[in-house]
Design a protein around this ligand. Structure first.
Ligand code: PMP
Length: 221
């Protein structure tokens, strides 16, 4: 073998315990770390299916939804966003993005890559959106999808979601919410607020390792 075994792999791996105070990753609860040291199962084992169903019930609880299509993607939060754009949008579909920071740009880029027509309603960084202005933009653009970031982590703005779902329904528009930076830190009620699609990330307020993006889709979506 012309590539020798790396010396570093012959040494024990050292992972220091750090206090993680940034917007993800955050320290995991010992119960989470313990769960990760359980034996592996096959994906068709009955025990595996039960654990998967239990996880889906847990995700329904944390999103406060009864949506049948509720699952954990094995991806980052970006993967959740990509999943939304790839599955809800087709070429020339219209999406309206509530843009008040970095995540408005990122979601717009992803939607454009699907060939969608992207319109933005903008507020300066540090501000949120009023229901009236969202309603007016829905009147003008008549989008198939409205995308809103619940916790805009580039500025710290928490968007009030109350009432947006009803306005979307009246405009026959799917209401999509990114809760990557907010879920678990503040209340969230997907069904009560009329949210059609919501996704989050595991490594922020939920305090689990990165790599899982819980997502839930309504019957309409
Ligand atoms: N949306 C928001 C609001 C975020 O704060 C982040 C991560 N900072 C993401 C999406 C992307 O998540 P990830 O880093 O897991 O890809």
């Amino acid at each position: 073998m012309h590539v020798p075994s790396p010396v570093s792999l012959q040494e024990p791996m050292v992972v220091p315990l750090k206090t993680l105070m940034g917007p993800g990753p955050s320290n995991a609860h010992p119960r989470v770390l313990e769960a990760q040291s359980q034996p592996l199962l096959g994906h068709l084992h009955a025990e595996f299916c039960k654990i998967m169903d239990d996880c889906k019930d847990g995700i329904r609880y944390m999103f406060q939804t009864e949506n049948r299509v509720t699952l954990a993607l094995s991806s980052t939060g970006h993967g959740g966003m990509e999943c939304v754009m790839a599955n809800l949008l087709e070429r020339d579909d219209v999406i309206l993005i509530a843009h008040n920071g970095v995540w408005g740009d990122r979601s717009s880029d992803m939607a454009r890559r699907q060939g969608a027509v992207v319109h933005q309603i903008k507020e300066p960084a540090g501000s949120g959106f009023y229901l009236q202005e969202l309603r007016a933009a829905l009147d003008v653009y008549k989008p198939k999808v409205l995308f809103v970031t619940h916790g805009e982590s580039s500025t710290g703005v928490l968007q009030n979601l109350n009432g947006i779902g009803d306005v979307c329904k009246a405009h026959d528009c799917l209401f999509v919410v990114d809760t990557v930076a907010s879920l678990g830190g503040v209340p969230f009620y997907a069904d009560q607020w009329g949210v059609d699609v919501v996704y989050t990330g595991s490594q922020k307020v939920l305090s689990a390792p990165p790599g899982t993006a819980p997502i839930s889709l309504s019957e309409n979506a």
